[in-house]
Design a binder for this molecule. Structure first.
Ligand code: NAP
Length: 237
């Protein structure tokens, strides 16, 4: 039996990059997978790719930066399944202009755009779906070591992205402490520097390799919660 047989996993931003590789990975692990994609074209492509999987793959629409869209997703998912076991908040943005801006020259519009998805969108997903996650479930928020404050602090560039991930880490710590009594684990993970549209062609690992620690967190026995993970190890905040 595969490790996630009988379990259901929801992955946001599953149409490309790490999210798309997670869809394959969770299906191979035996899970029923609920996948989200923003555009109709992306949803159709996902549905085509997984046509052979039958009921084990369901595709939904959602723009996580839009609270109405998150609510509509919650209603659609609740109508499809009574509960699910693992929420992977993978969807995220790294705005092009952010890469060229330094901390003393930050355009607040870029910060706002970034936070709307990476922080507020992810928080909206957590708050919308926690009622559907039973004891033993887990929330895995995909973060980045670019938001790591230890070891010299944040880089002076790409500040919007880094701040969004540092804030996501902080939020997840609070969430984990809130959910501890309900035995729901909540963690953040750095997937590695991954060859995706976001990571670029010079990145170190494939999208499949980028799923390693996320799959590890989805399948590990219950244990510590509220941690920052990289390469299957807890790292400093
Ligand atoms: P990617 O290739 O750019 O894919 C991003 C995914 O997120 C796409 O499916 C995109 O959908 C979706 N998305 C973006 N904004 C959204 C929104 N508002 N609502 C719903 N979906 C949205 O990026 P990736 O490299 O796979 O990154 C996945 C996650 O890993 C992100 O959280 C990223 O910060 C994190 N990460 C990546 C790296 C890396 O090296 N690649 C390193 C550290 C952390 P559309 O197709 O509709 O745009």
């Amino acid at each position: 039996m595969n490790e996630l047989t009988g379990k259901t996993v929801l992955v946001t931003g599953a149409n490309r990059g790490i999210g798309r590789a997670l869809a394959d990975r969770f299906l191979a692990l035996g899970a029923t997978t609920l996948l989200t994609a923003r555009s109709a074209a992306a949803r159709e492509a996902l549905a085509r790719d997984f046509a052979g999987a039958g009921d084990r793959v369901r595709v939904f629409g959602c723009d996580i930066a839009d609270p109405d869209s998150v609510r509509a997703l919650r209603d659609a998912v609740a109508a499809a399944v009574p509960q699910f076991d693992v929420l992977v908040n993978n969807a995220g943005v790294f705005v092009k202009r952010d890469r060229l801006m330094y901390a003393d020259d930050l355009d607040p519009r870029v910060l706002e755009e970034t936070l709307r998805t990476n922080l507020f969108g992810t928080i909206a997903m957590c708050t919308a779906f926690i009622p559907l996650i039973p004891s033993g479930g887990r929330i895995i928020n995909v973060s980045s070591t670019m938001g790591q404050l230890s070891d010299g602090g944040l880089e002076p560039y790409a500040v919007a992205y880094s701040v969004s991930k540092a804030a996501l880490n902080a939020y997840t710590s609070a969430l984990a402490n809130r959910l501890r009594e309900r035995h729901i684990l909540a963690d953040v993970v750095h997937p590695g520097w991954v060859q995706t549209d976001m990571g670029g062609p010079g990145a170190q690992i494939s999208p499949e390799e980028g799923t390693e620690t996320i799959a590890f967190l989805a399948t590990r026995p219950a244990g510590e919660t509220g941690r920052f993970w990289s390469q299957k190890r807890v790292v400093d905040w």
